[in-house]
Write a protein that binds this ligand. Structure first.
Ligand code: SF4
Length: 235
């Protein structure tokens, strides 16, 4: 029996945040389950530097080209398991991932959604999706949404307040990502600029004062749902 690839290589090229740095986009967990408890059975995707191990990039604060202006970058509290990202990097270096175009991967994702192996696609399980071209993500997100699958993805590059070196994202990302925001003012500004916002509050009081709803997949909400089962409008 023909074995499914362990993952797919979707993009190799310069980072939009720093064109001097080569990056790659890898998608996996498409025909098998992910271990990401929050996102549930969502296909995962990783934006990685190709010239340096992820843990070295984080430690030496050279992860800006994949994480942009995220305040958790540079070894500053990122919740993503860097060990898992290093495994993806090692598999990429071994040539384990099948090279495909987004148009070739889209029907594979659709098949997995239709057969209920996955609930959808997480854009940027590690890294900020806006580091790669919009054209890498749009065909995937559109195809998954068209068959009723969920997609999620967040960027700090929506405003020059957070964007690395003020290099804000391609405006078309508004269609497929949510703006990462850190307070209710951010959320209002993002909304006014045409983004839907995903806001991380420092304290529960701030959230309650804002009148906004808590993400049901968050730890604070008791992991009541996963992104894949959320009935709300995911990004
Ligand atoms: S962009 Fe994502 S992976 Fe990168 S530091 Fe921020 S939270 Fe972590």
């Amino acid at each position: 029996m023909k074995k499914n690839p362990t993952g797919y290589l979707l993009y190799e090229g310069p980072s939009a945040m720093d064109t001097s740095v080569p990056i790659a986009v890898i998608a996996n967990c498409i025909t098998n389950k992910s271990d990401n408890g929050k996102t549930g059975d969502m296909a995962q995707s990783f934006i990685i530097r190709t010239d340096m191990k992820p843990n070295e990039a984080v430690k030496s604060k050279q992860d800006h080209c994949v994480c942009g202006g995220c305040p958790y970058a540079g070894n500053n509290g990122c919740y993503v398991s860097i060990k898992m990202v290093c495994s993806v990097y090692a598999a990429y270096k071994r040539g384990s991932y099948k090279r495909v175009t987004p148009q070739e991967l889209a029907p594979i994702l659709v098949e997995s959604v239709n057969t209920k192996r996955i609930a959808g696609l997480r854009c940027g399980s590690y890294g900020d999706p806006a580091a790669a071209p919009f054209e890498v993500w749009e065909p995937l997100v559109s195809a998954v949404r068209e068959v009723g699958g969920k997609t999620s993805g967040y960027t700090h590059q929506w405003t020059d307040r957070y964007a690395y070196m003020g290099r804000t994202a391609d405006p078309r990302f508004r269609q497929i990502l949510m703006a990462s925001s850190h307070n209710s003012v951010d959320a209002v500004l993002a909304n006014a600029d045409g983004w839907r916002a995903f806001t991380v509050f420092d304290a529960l009081d701030d959230l309650q004062r804002s009148g906004m709803a808590m993400c049901p997949a968050s730890k604070e909400a008791g992991f009541r749902r996963t992104c894949g089962t959320c009935g709300g409008q995911s990004a």
